[in-house]
Design a protein around this ligand. Sequence first.
Ligand code: ZN
Length: 260
Amino acid sequence: MTKVHHLNCVKIESPLGSAIGHCLLIQENQKLILIDSGIGFMESKEPEKRLGKDLIEVVGFIFDKSLTAIRQIEKLGFKPENVENIICSHLDPDHIGGLADFPKAKIHVSKEEYESFKSGNERYLQQQLSHKPDLELYETNDTDWYGLSARRVKLNAQTEVLLIPLFGHTLGHCGIAIKTNNKWIFYVGDAYYLRAELEDKNHPVGQLATIRAVDNQLRLESLEAVRKVVRRYGNQMEYFGYHDPTEFKERKPVGNNVYK
Ligand SMILES: [Zn+2]
């Protein structure tokens, strides 16, 4: 039986509100797959050195070592080496700080996103990948998922994982569809910041999303694609984004899901 642990690995407090970093840990016996990785342990130890004072102040990061994925995984009784694969929705700093804590893990990400990262766009922090992890890049849509184009993630695992291109927030941002125990989870990453955006097309957080988007028109199209899937198939799956604290706290654990 595969177990899905929900981990919050980010704490953000700003005048705009609170935000989290909703990561997933998929456990197949001793083998672990991590979905996004939050703020890293070294970053929590030396935030200004690793992330820079400006970024910390602009975003409103609060650092807490006990929130890092590595600490939470150790608390569950695993070793960092148990994490063999990490799948990234995209490469923004609040999503990939934890990668360096699992230097042996293979990183899976869209090719567009990695190229954008390498292009020198200032939103990315090059040092977060300076440990030179083993990378698997995906650029071809090779399947469909509920009407959306998708890319099969190469894993030697029972769990099926697809990257779902939802570009716009960044040039290669993807949602992640995960099939465990015959049920789909739709991890939408930063395709929305707050679940309320699904219903409210004029939600005030849309202003922040617009500012942060590399291609806002594309972002809006991706958000519309998420709305469509959720409207038609939402009752068959669990879906959530990365940053919305209410999704993390208020949702009841389903089946084997464990919220930490
Ligand atoms: Zn984010």
